[in-house]
Design a protein. Sequence first.
Length: 420
Amino acid sequence: MPEAALDTEADPGLIPPPPSAPTRRRTALLAGGALVAAAAVTAGVLVAAGSGAVTHTSASADGLRHTTVEVSSSACGRGWTHPKPGRQVFDLKNTTGAAAEVYLTDAKTGAVHGEVEGLAPGTVRPMPVTLGDGSYAFKCMPDDADAVTGPIVRITGAGTVKSGPAALPVSQQDLIPPTLAYQKWIQARTVELAQKTDVLRDAIDRGDLAAARAAWLPAHLVYERMGAAYGTFGDADAEINGTTAGLAAGVRDKDFAGFHRVEYGLWHGEAASSLRGPADRLVQAVHALRDSWPGQRMDPADVGLRAHEILENTVQFELTGRTDYGSGTNLATARANLDGTRVLLGYLRPLLKTRATGLPGIDLWMNRAHHTLDTFDHAGRWTPLADLTLAQREDVNADLGELVERLADVATLTDVRRTS
């Protein structure tokens, strides 16, 4: 990334849409980046990693070579005595009294070829990998104990067989610079948010509801671009952008507050007099966030996960219309969420470009989604979800769904891993 990407007033990840969009694939795809392999090589292992289930897979069932490998502090990697290249499965057996993490690493670079987390005592779990020529070693990390690296195992004579993707682990220290830069960007957005929310409140105060409706969306979209910081906002998020979810009285509940409370009133015929209270409450919450943000600290370990969650939540809430309280602007919100994801990826790019082989594909589909969503913006008037044709709905769902699949790689690759 160029140095300009760290300008707190710039949107570092923004990539202009290409003249022509890529051909859409309507099936869900994995990006094929190194980070999928870094987590566990296959989606099946990723699911198993959190299950604690005992899994045995026989060679006759899957046709692959299986090797049982011990996981312990005293004998990490024991059992791998006849190394062979190609697609294979290591059945990891935890012989200790504590849960453990296990990595299969490149002995020279430390890059991770496979990973299993939460391997319970006395259980066995599979780690499928594809290995070519090279030097490898298991790293065993029992809970509450130091990491132990097993013996180096060398594979030769692989011929055309190449190792599957691998990625260097990301440390907490690696994530601090992009996190700090992103925090500064958020600080500038809180100032912009306060300014635009003041305009909204002032229009309501003077009883100009047409102006208030015009001011609502620009203010709301500023907040929607800040999605990776929501976890740090704490209770302020509900005060600024809460919905009726979980509220017994729905839109009439006293705890329904923020942009959506004002939205409901503006598009359901409420008088200005009844909206002044909610607008004042919104402004107070926004100003409090702006004033308190310089003292807040985002957790670097969460930043990569947020790059995936922003658009995952977009698909779940915006594309289903669950957050529409009358304005019909869910697609505008989706576009703002996409902008927010681009910004965060811009700050993470120095880490990703050496690890994520799927990064060009992410950029390609970011541009595809950008182009698709922009077709529903008609000089600031956005097409409501209910007015989309079936083909348009399929296009939006396919583009955002594809992008969410690919961004899962970013969350996996930037997951902080133990190294000692």
